[in-house]
Design a protein around this ligand. Structure first.
Ligand code: ZN
Length: 684
């Protein structure tokens, strides 16, 4: 591992922050914290913490010694100076003399010594930083260091890997007792450059930001060299069937298994993130997978996001997945029962005061296929998969040089159910369409882009499909979440199939289809060339059938129900002159909506339509509006407001109608009109 320190960058950061009144100490602290935070081999997603001891002015105008330490909720990759709130240092030093200090009293002592009372809670490892004498202190969960720290004879291994540069601190849960113990271990050996926290991670320290950072890099590099030079036990691969089914086919079935085991106890829908890189595949293909994968978390704070153990499922065969689904149901039920037993056993040990979290896994491993992160959003699923991949690195390395032996069950439980750790996850209430995956066709157009935005705002995971790849990528970038943009010709069944496989491979399944793509061809029916009429039916009827059929196939595998929503124009109900090619195909589409409602109600799949009219879009351009308004002797504004409510109807109004239909659990076969009121187009 190379140092990424740059004198030029450091100077620039100091100068830039100086303009905001930030001291050089805090600017350099921010700079190297980010160097650590942006390397996934060192820290991931809020893991690790950093500090600097400096001086600051208090409200009385006195310059006092403070510890600026990472605040909870900040991520080292993107931390800003205010992410290291200042705590008065002397009162922290005095805490070391206490024999014990409860977590609540520790948090209170930290908070009441903040210089800024509105700052976030200082890290749970603040006292460890405070009790070490060095100006800069860095802490990471380096995958290589953890591979050595998670060994039965970790102290011997660390002595061989690091020489006298570090000393080891036995495992204790983070907080006051760990801070005291680490300080005692350090005091006994004050020339060391760092501390290895057994079964947890590594600290480095120094008198400058650069020294502390480069000591971290040097120590981690020594761990990496040791691992490279001491590969004693080659991985024994398991015998796996050739060519399993791909994630795109497997994930909807797996998603269904999660829904079935959740029953009525938990939310049934989950989002998945598949990883099929070389290391994940090697890990999943090991003959001893069931042993090394289930011994416990590589570092304790992983447990709050990915639990102590992954779920291992059989390799899915390339053909029919029905037998595999049954085996997966059984494996998932056994996992949940095992988790519930663990909770009961451990809760009894701590006096029965804890409330059980849900018993579903956050990581699934399928030999031959890879590993999957699981979460209630794509962000959570991605974080779970990232942490699982980091653990894979540590575990493979630990097994190669010796034996992977992480913290035991009691310690796992204490961390998993520690209020200070659970606080890291925050308490957000779920949005109305969170956990739901939606595909929007015509996503590159004005109405499609608004629909995508409206669903994203309700918490849904969004895939936008459009034949215009540039337009759909631009629209995806503006949805406000990590939307998936897919170039798709909805009139081509093969293109539709490929696109829906991309959606299931990316998110794990599909819950809502908004079939919105369309176009209008004009002309009197008597003069209409057959070719034009057929083109209109291809896009305005058959393309809807293509996407609906593909969506239903996924929904039936999941057994979670679903919603099919179609953009049916006013033309289907109230024909306009010259719009026959459009109107007849849309009228056929309305019949299609009702047919799906009839045939798939028993699957819990609802089919509904939106009847919108006079919306500015690719179908009704400003130029067309001017022409039509003129032919009626109206201004463009008056023409657009020509309805019962006297208000223009926008793409955003149409988008809200689709959201509403997605939310109404008992409505199917319905047409929702969004036209400001037009008696001739009313459904009767
Ligand atoms: Zn830590």
């Amino acid at each position: 591992m190379e140092s990424r320190w740059s004198d030029d960058d450091a100077k620039q950061v100091v100068e830039a922050y100086a303009q905001e009144g930030v001291s050089a100490d805090l600017a350099l602290r921010t700079y190297t914290a980010r160097l650590l935070g942006t390397d996934p081999k060192l820290v991931l997603h809020g893991g690790g913490n950093t500090s600097v001891k400096t001086r600051m002015m208090d409200v009385y105008g006195d310059e006092i010694p403070v510890l600026c330490v990472k605040g909870s909720g900040w991520d080292l990759a993107t931390i800003e100076p205010q992410g290291h709130p200042a705590v008065r240092l002397e009162p922290l030093h005095r805490l070391r003399r206490l024999a014990s200090l409860s977590d609540e009293a520790m948090v209170n002592a930290l908070r009441s010594n903040l210089l800024d009372s509105s700052a976030p809670n200082p890290s749970v490892e603040t006292l460890l930083h405070a009790f070490l004498p060095h100006k800069f202190v860095d802490h990471t969960h380096s995958v290589a260091a953890i591979a050595l720290a998670d060994q039965p004879n970790a102290e011997t291994v660390c002595r061989r890997a690091f020489g006298g540069r570090v000393t080891c601190v036995p495992y204790v849960m983070p907080g006051f007792q760990l801070a005291k113990l680490a300080a005692e271990v350090f005091d006994a050996d004050p020339d060391v450059k760092g501390l290895v926290l057994l079964k947890h991670g590594i600290f480095s320290f120094g008198s400058t930001a650069r020294e502390s950072y480069e000591r971290m890099i040097a120590l981690v590099s020594a761990a990496e060299r040791f691992i490279a030079d001491n590969q004693r036990t080659p991985m024994r691969p398991a015998k796996l069937p050739a060519a399993p089914a791909p994630p795109a086919k497997v994930l909807p079935v797996l998603r269904g298994a999660f829904g079935r085991v959740a029953g009525s106890r938990y939310q049934k829908r989950w989002i998945f993130d598949a990883r099929t890189g070389d290391r994940a595949m090697a890990f999943a293909a090991g003959a001893d997978l069931a042993s090394y994968a289930t011994r416990g978390p590589a570092t304790p704070d992983h447990v709050i996001r990915i639990k102590a153990k992954p779920l291992i499922v059989p390799t899915p065969p390339a053909g029919d997945l029905e037998t595999w689904a049954k085996a997966t149901d059984a494996a998932l039920a056994a996992y949940a029962a095992d988790y519930e037993n663990y909770f009961e056993r451990q809760n009894a040990r701590v006096g029965g005061v804890k409330r059980a979290l849900d018993s579903l896994p956050r990581v699934v491993i399928a030999p031959g296929l890879g590993l999957f992160g699981v979460g209630k959003s794509s962000d959570e699923a991605r974080i779970a998969a990232d942490l699982a991949e980091a653990a894979v690195e540590s575990i493979l390395d630990a097994e190669a040089v010796g034996r992977y032996q992480p913290v035991g069950e009691d310690d796992v439980f204490d961390i998993e159910y520690w209020s200070l750790e659970q606080a890291k996850l925050g308490k957000s209430t779920e949005k109305r369409l969170e956990r739901q995956i939606v595909a929007v066709t015509g996503g590159g157009g004005g109405i499609g882009a608004e629909i995508a935005k409206a669903f994203a705002a309700e918490g849904a995971e969004v895939a936008l499909l459009d034949i215009d790849e540039t337009a759909v990528e631009a629209a995806a970038a503006h949805t406000g979440r990590h939307a998936l943009a897919i170039g798709c010709d909805v009139t081509d069944p093969a293109s539709v199939e490929r696109s829906f496989e991309r959606i299931t491979a990316h998110f794990g399944g599909l819950d809502i289809l908004v079939s919105n793509a369309g176009a209008a061809w004009t002309g009197m029916m008597a003069d209409m060339p057959d070719a034009v009429l057929r083109r209109s039916f291809e896009l305005n009827f058959f393309a809807h059938q293509n996407v609906a059929r593909a969506a239903v196939a996924i929904m039936q595998q999941q057994e979670l129900g679903g919603a099919l929503l179609f953009n049916v124009s006013k033309q289907a109900l109230n024909p306009g002159a010259d719009f026959g090619a459009y109107g007849t195909s849309k009228a056929a589409l309305l019949a299609l909506v009702r047919q799906y409602a009839l045939e798939h109600g028993s699957d819990g799949i609802r089919a509904n339509a939106v009847n919108a009219d006079r919306i500015r879009s690719g179908l009704l351009t400003d130029e067309m509006i001017t022409l039509r308004a003129r032919s009626r002797g109206l201004s463009a504004t008056a023409y657009m407001r020509c309805n019962l409510l006297g208000q223009e109807v926008t793409a955003a109004d149409v988008a809200q109608a689709f959201v509403m239909l997605a939310l109404l659990p008992k409505t199917t076969g319905a047409v929702l009109t969004v036209d400001g009121g037009n008696v001739a187009a009313m459904v009767r």
